[in-house]
Design a binder for this molecule. Structure first.
Ligand SMILES: [Fe+2]
Ligand SMILES: [Fe+2]
Length: 317
């Protein structure tokens, strides 16, 4: 435990100086009134939205493609807002107040509240951005029916186990998401050209690197404290969480594509043409999860045969 903590203390020392809520001073305002529709500076991520690779969508106008990408960004910020405060911060709260039975060093309880603060700020600017994107596209519709399915899947993690173990499902979802988000955001950032969005992704990524370090440390500290049964359940939950969190984000296409004239049945067909293959459902997930898979391996998670079987059935190891 000492070595793990020593490394953590060393690597987290710039956190206060760098965390966006304390130091960035950015407003992340999209300034939608200043976006000239004729010279739209491509404020969404241009290689986003894998669905646009479908040959039947190649004839969409540039404006329609931008709408598909813009609403994809909208999906990202809406999901982020909810995930930060309904999932990460619930776990951060429990950790800070010592509500779990495992023993935690004081510094991890304290730092859970740094995460709580960071995520509150991330939720704030994500919600602001989603309001502005909706305004830009004049979207008044309630988008929750399109996005609730994702949260339902998260809430169903670990349902095969007794509900007394449910807290392990939430911990699994948070550990997985907090370890993958840095890789995720840096991919999404690659060709963002519009400054408020670039700044938002960049600052969020810096914070998430500290969070990934925190949750990696947390995992190393709690894993040895778990009983065998709990290890098995947490291990299987981690695998389920990777499948849900690593799956391609396609929900919003059921909103965006019908808006430009495609019916839902066709949208399903497009989605399955593009995404129903091992490239999207295994290889890409494995890549996005490479850091956490390494962490689990080093902690001996795959030494539990039922857990190992679960991961290999999903093609993740
Ligand atoms: Fe965050
Ligand atoms: Fe985070």
């Amino acid at each position: 435990m000492n070595q793990v903590l020593e490394l953590y203390l060393k690597t987290k020392k710039d956190w206060d100086k760098k965390s966006s809520v304390r130091s960035s001073g950015e407003s992340y305002d999209l300034n939608i009134n200043k976006i000239d529709p004729k010279k739209d500076p491509d404020w969404h991520v241009s290689n986003y939205s894998g669905i646009l690779q479908h040959e039947k969508l190649s004839s969409l106008t540039e404006e329609q493609k931008k709408f598909v990408r813009g609403t994809q960004l909208l999906e990202f910020v809406i999901k982020t807002t909810k995930f930060e405060i309904d999932y990460v911060n619930v776990v951060a709260n429990n950790l800070a107040l010592g509500k779990y039975y495992f023993k935690l060093p004081e510094v991890l309880k304290l730092d859970a509240l740094k995460i709580y603060t960071d995520e509150g700020f991330h939720a704030h600017f994500s919600l602001q951005m989603s309001d502005q994107i909706k305004k830009y596209y004049k979207i008044d519709d309630d988008l929750s029916p399109y996005l609730d399915g994702f949260f339902e899947k998260l809430n169903n993690l670990g349902n095969r186990f007794d509900k007394n173990y449910k807290y392990l499902s939430l911990i699994a979802a948070v550990i997985v998401s907090e370890s993958m988000i840095v890789q995720d955001i840096s991919n999404e950032m690659k060709d963002v050209v519009y400054e408020p969005i670039r700044a938002m992704f960049k600052d969020h990524m810096i914070d998430e690197a500290f969070h990934a370090n925190y949750f990696g440390t947390l995992f190393k500290i709690i894993w040895p404290q778990l009983l065998e049964k709990e290890k098995e359940i947490l291990g299987i939950n981690l695998c389920e969480a990777m499948k849900v969190l690593g799956a391609p984000r396609v929900d919003i296409y059921y909103y965006s594509l019908p808006k430009i004239g495609f019916d839902k049945k066709i949208v399903s067909k497009f989605i399955s043409d593009i995404y129903d293959n091992s490239e999207w459902n295994q290889n890409k997930i494995k890549k996005r999860m490479s850091n956490i898979l390494k962490l689990l391996n080093s902690c001996g998670v795959f030494e539990i045969s039922s857990v190992k079987k679960e991961f290999s059935n999903q093609g993740l190891i």
